[in-house]
Design a protein around this ligand. Structure first.
Ligand code: ASP
Length: 377
């Protein structure tokens, strides 16, 4: 297997790049039974009219690359299998598209960070700018896949598909779900019908838009949901069916920020009997923005609201909700106009945090402008 290895950007991980050849008799999405290992070369695959679509798989780790019993006392460890292992576990994946694969990182997504987000965004934008691929698949842990997909959705400069995929069961578990999920993701990334939909997440035959998707169950294979809109579509064998219209806004919404980090935005989580300490702590640690994971309609205890109002003097406060679905309504129980708050609309706290970080990188701090951007779909 030919393979070109380089040290990944910013010293994050060993990067292995390979190009997997596609059989001349292959058809897009054809059912496949061959177990033959994919052929490989190191050449960039040019776009040829009539040729199979080209899909680039960027691996970051997660349970999809996890292995059971890696450590005593721990059920399994995420981020163990290589990207080539993942491809080899899906017979005939190279019949769906001509594949390139790179390892960006191999971590559990609980350790996902801004440095890797920025590396991913730059790599994806470069691949599309060079016309080196027709779609991108990112293998990722499920814990923070909704944040990474939403970040990429906002900064990737393409209408071609960007599909994030994970698994609930480790790669060597009984009935591992990763191979079927990866097959679905490559099919979507190769499909012209998937264009214009921004970043998507696919697991368990269900396609979700990055803005809508959230993890709802700790261990079920049907863990992902889009609570406010329902899924974007479904995969059934070789058939991909979208049930929503493509998003209308142009891409990217934001340039990829320079450097290796984003402005600090903290989330404070509201609960009964809450004191303002979390807000004070965020201020003390230099947060440029605070997202409230409020109770109900993004609400919180009077003392915390007072602390947020004070913090709002020189940072941005966005009210979101810990509820899990629904929209945070302005000026319902909290006087946002008077206190200078924005609400997250239907974005959950983790995604409101990502969007606020991006807004801060382009200097948007006025609550009216922040509100417009939170509302924009
Ligand atoms: N902790 C894992 C991760 O997010 C869980 C998973 O992938 O399902 O990487």
């Amino acid at each position: 297997m030919g393979r070109r290895s380089t040290i990944a950007l910013l010293g994050l991980a060993l990067s292995a790049v390979l190009v997997v050849g596609c059989g001349a008799d292959s058809g897009n999405g054809a059912a496949v039974t061959s177990l033959a290992p994919p052929r490989a070369s190191t050449t960039v695959v040019p776009s040829v009219p009539g040729a199979p679509p080209r899909v680039t798989i960027l691996a970051t780790g997660g349970t999809i690359a996890g292995k059971a019993n890696a450590e005593p006392g721990v059920g399994y460890k995420a981020g163990q299998a290589s990207v080539q292992d993942l491809i080899s576990a899906v017979p005939g994946l190279d019949k769906i598209a001509t594949l390139q694969a790179e390892s960006i990182a191999n971590i559990g997504s609980q350790d996902m960070n801004e440095e890797i987000w920025l590396t991913l965004a730059r790599r994806i934008n470069q691949l599309f700018a060079d016309n080196a691929t027709d779609g991108v698949v990112i293998t990722h842990g499920t814990d923070t896949i909704e944040e990474t997909s939403f970040f990429l959705d906002n900064v990737v400069a393409t209408d071609k598909p960007v599909v994030l995929v994970g698994a609930v069961r480790p790669a060597n578990a009984l009935s591992a779900d990763g191979p079927a999920n990866l097959r679905a993701a490559v099919s979507i990334a190769a499909a012209p019908a998937a264009r214009g939909r921004g970043a998507m997440v696919v697991l368990n035959d269900t396609i979700h838009s990055a803005r809508e998707v959230t993890k709802t169950h700790t261990s079920s294979m049907q863990t992902f949901a889009s609570p406010n809109t329902g899924p974007a579509g479904y995969v059934s064998g070789d058939s991909i069916r979208f049930v929503t219209t493509p998003q209308s806004h142009t891409r990217p919404r934001f340039p990829v920020p320079d450097g290796s980090s984003l402005p600090r935005v903290d989330i404070v989580y509201s609960h009964a009997g809450m004191r303002p300490d979390q807000v004070d702590d965020a201020v003390r640690h230099g947060a440029k923005g605070i997202v409230l994971a409020g109770v109900g309609d993004g609400n919180t205890a009077k003392a915390v609201l007072d602390a947020l109002a004070k913090a709002n003097d020189d940072r941005v406060v966005v009210r979101s909700t810990r509820v899990g679905s629904g929209e945070v309504v302005r000026n319902a129980e909290v006087n946002d106009d008077e206190l200078g708050f924005a609400t997250s609309a239907d974005l959950n706290p983790a995604k409101a945090r990502v969007l606020l970080q991006l807004l801060l990188t382009v200097g948007i701090t006025d609550p009216v402008r922040v509100q417009q951007e939170m509302n924009a779909r």
